[in-house]
Design a protein around this ligand. Sequence first.
Ligand code: AMP
Ligand code: ZN
Length: 488
Amino acid sequence: MSHCYTCCRPSSSDQPVRLYNTLTRRVETFTPADPGRVTMYVCGPTVYNYIHIGNARTFLVFDLLARTLKRRYLNVVYARNITDIDDKINAAARELGSPIGAITAQYDAAFSDDMAGLGLLTPDVVPYATGHVAQIVSMIERLIASGHAYAAEGHVLFSVGSFPDYGKLSRRDTEDMLAGARIDVAPYKRDAGDFVLWKPSDDTLPGWDSPWGRGRPGWHIECSAMAETHLGDTIDLHGGGMDLQFPHHENEVAQSQCAHGGKIFARHWMHSGMLNLGGSKMSKSLGNTFHVHDLLRLVPAEVLRYALLSGHYRQPLDWSEALIEQSVRTLDRLYGTLRDLGDVVVEPASVTIPPSIEDALDDDLDTPKVLAAIAGFAAAARKATDASERADYKAALLGAGLALNLLQLDPAEWFARGADDSDDARIQALVDERNAAKAARDFPRADAIRNQLAADGILLEDTAQGVRWVRRRATDPDEIRRVLDPDR
Ligand code: AMP
Ligand code: ZN
């Protein structure tokens, strides 16, 4: 690979990054148009509920990609939007009787907390649909002016017939694409496949003034306008879950290319595989979800990351108790090895990602290969007796972990399962207060304290020596089973 040494850095393995491109259905060398500014857009969440662990898989995959690209190029602009205008949000607000802004604010904050709790990087740009209505309106005006869209009965529709490449990304033929659209075709559509860019809002719905009356944008145009605003007409890479290929991404391509005089929208498309539960896609609409918000309270974030990266990102992955338990066991073994290597001094500066690990990532983000290499380094470290060999393997283990954001904790911290000792005095005071309440036969107060402690993960045990308290081990199989029980 030839390198421009002023704006980009060669990878330590000196290999180009090769990524599967949905457009060509091939693993290809990723070649940004301008290595001095690499642009990447990922469709973010619609904020009307907590995200589930399936959503987290997709966000984690693109977090790994962003980290990997940021080591290859000095300036990677990673944008992941927040969809805060959507009819699903409006429906949730109606159902809960809450203002729309309160719902989006609550779940946007929860999303940030979940991403931080999972240990994901904050993207460089986090655009909100509500902050881009002017750009959306401008894009729609350009689409109408160039004959790719038309206004009808307060709506504006994209005319799919005006874009011959429609269906190219998802490789669907017109019949396939129309199969769903034909049912109940709205009278204002010229063609059953035409999709909404703008729709009218009554007084109960969020709306903005526009040349077509008070209304709100459709979901697809939001992403096209946000990508245009922050990354330009042509972006290097666009990502999202496999389920967004059609219609969302197909529609983004149509809108953006037609608004930009035919310029290619995204040069490289990446789609991550679905997280399933018992063979069905985990999804809000099926109700078979586990919220990251709940899981993070019981399972260390690193276990979730390990479990989600254990399969290749393009393959479906089944979420199960066994997957979590296996991830806990593997991480226990790896941290156990690091604990046994506690006497081996490795300077933080000497911890770099080994070339073999960079190679595996450059080969379409082959995380199973990275995890196998990590297991190999640990096994070799356990066998090594020579001091310098032990130091080399420890550095390799930590360096490989760095690539996937794993194994960066102190082993003692890992085995403490995140227990925070600073809380001990408060807990003991509550336990003492409960003992006093029991002695005074104030049972309601004693029960209230027990419940409060239980909610904090503190279990009380009555022993011959009095009441003892223990912290719930976040990785107890029983506990995990309870969280993973879909009938909970
Ligand atoms: P949504 O809020 O439904 O638009 O989803 C946000 C992101 O999560 C999108 O990139 C989806 O493709 C992705 N996603 C949704 N369900 C799953 C799943 N079961 N497994 C992996 N990714 C998913
Ligand atoms: Zn999108």
